[in-house]
Design a protein around this ligand. Structure first.
Ligand code: MN
Ligand code: MN
Length: 353
């Protein structure tokens, strides 16, 4: 039974956003973004019926093939927010450059309209990620948008899974809403999410193992050694390969998610994008008591240099992220003692038979 006093996104925004010159604009923008994600949720929910998971026949500026739903979701974000006079700049994964919006808007909305779109064909949860920044007075260009994540005034994502959820922070905790399709509203269902400090679940694409830097290798090998290893307990791997789905799981029950820098494409600083993937997720994770690191610094303190900049991402339960950051520091200073498995150290186990 629905609680008659349920909290919608607009009620939440009015109650939670701290007073300030742009508080009302931010509240209104969050309501618009929520409406955009309802439309994307409806389109995603059609599955193959509308053919939207097919390739659009175009590539974005980063050279990635766009699906029809990538393009549609991007347009829904633009058309759903540019009209209002609230935003002065829009930028997304699918755009070549920042889109300036004429008018009084002092907020910038940066977004990944559809995260995990390669998973559309297999009916696995996908999502939308967004970040809101305040533009400096009179500034309306790329430079005005390229602010570190610590300057975000709001961030969130929608996850289109068995149910659609919207997870939001405005800097006072991280809160989850569930879309009630019958009433057409998001309803607050998960107030003040808290990520446990320790965890026994880690998420990483292990196929890239041979490209990892030694600190990541050390951490994962120690997890895999389980009860017999230096960690003294067993771990499990979880990997959906959809950032929103993997981070959502961590927000709900803890864990660590790693998309580190690797040597596979040595010129790249990781795979995920700072402005519209790493920063908003870092804000949400930190507001829930977790940590978000590149391995060598706090993600939200990285000064962005370009719109589509990539960054290593290590986020989740605080004790685990601290441990991975410590392994990076020990490696960089030459103090590390990489774990070697007794199974492999004791070769007799395999050859003296
Ligand atoms: Mn993405
Ligand atoms: Mn995307």
């Amino acid at each position: 039974m629905l609680n008659p006093g349920y909290t919608t996104v607009s009620k939440f925004a009015i109650e939670q956003i701290p007073p300030g010159p742009h508080a009302r604009d931010l509240a209104a923008l969050l309501v618009d973004v929520a409406a955009v994600t309802k439309a994307i949720s409806a389109a995603v929910g059609k599955g193959p019926l509308l053919g939207l998971s097919k390739l659009a026949g175009s590539k974005n500026v980063q050279g990635e093939e766009q699906k029809k739903l990538d393009v549609l979701a991007d347009e829904l974000f633009v058309r759903g927010t540019e009209w209002s006079g609230l935003v002065g700049a829009l930028a997304s994964e699918e755009m070549d450059d920042v889109q300036i919006v004429d008018g009084p808007g002092r907020l910038a909305l940066v977004f990944d309209p559809l995260d995990g779109s390669s998973n559309l064909d297999v009916n696995v949860a996908v999502g939308s990620i967004f970040s809101v920044l305040e533009l400096p007075e009179g500034a309306r260009d790329l430079k005005a948008v390229l602010q570190p994540g610590s300057r975000q005034v709001a961030a969130g994502y929608a996850i289109y899974g068995p149910s659609t959820e919207l997870v939001v922070t405005v800097g006072s905790g991280t809160h989850g809403f569930t879309l009630d399709r019958e009433i057409g509203n998001y309803v607050l269902t998960k107030e003040d999410l808290r990520i446990p400090a320790s965890t026994s679940e880690y998420a990483i694409n292990a196929a890239n193992r041979r490209f990892w830097e030694p600190p990541i290798f050390r951490y994962v090998e120690e997890c895999k050694a389980g009860r017999e290893g230096p960690r003294g307990r067993d771990f499990n791997t979880r990997w959906v390969a959809s950032m929103v789905a993997d981070v959502h799981r961590i927000l709900m029950r803890g864990g660590i998610y790693m998309y580190p820098r690797d040597q596979k494409e040595a010129h790249r600083e990781g795979r995920l994008r700072l402005m519209y993937e790493a920063n908003p997720m870092a804000f949400l994770i930190e507001q829930a008591g977790g940590l978000a690191s590149t391995g060598r610094s706090r993600i939200m303190e990285v000064e962005p240099e370009s719109l589509h900049q990539r960054i290593p991402v290590i986020i989740g339960s605080s004790e685990e992220v601290e441990r991975v950051a410590r392994y990076h520091a020990e490696y960089d200073s030459g103090d590390d003692e990489p774990y070697t498995s007794p199974l492999f150290a004791d070769r007799s186990l395999f050859i003296n038979t």
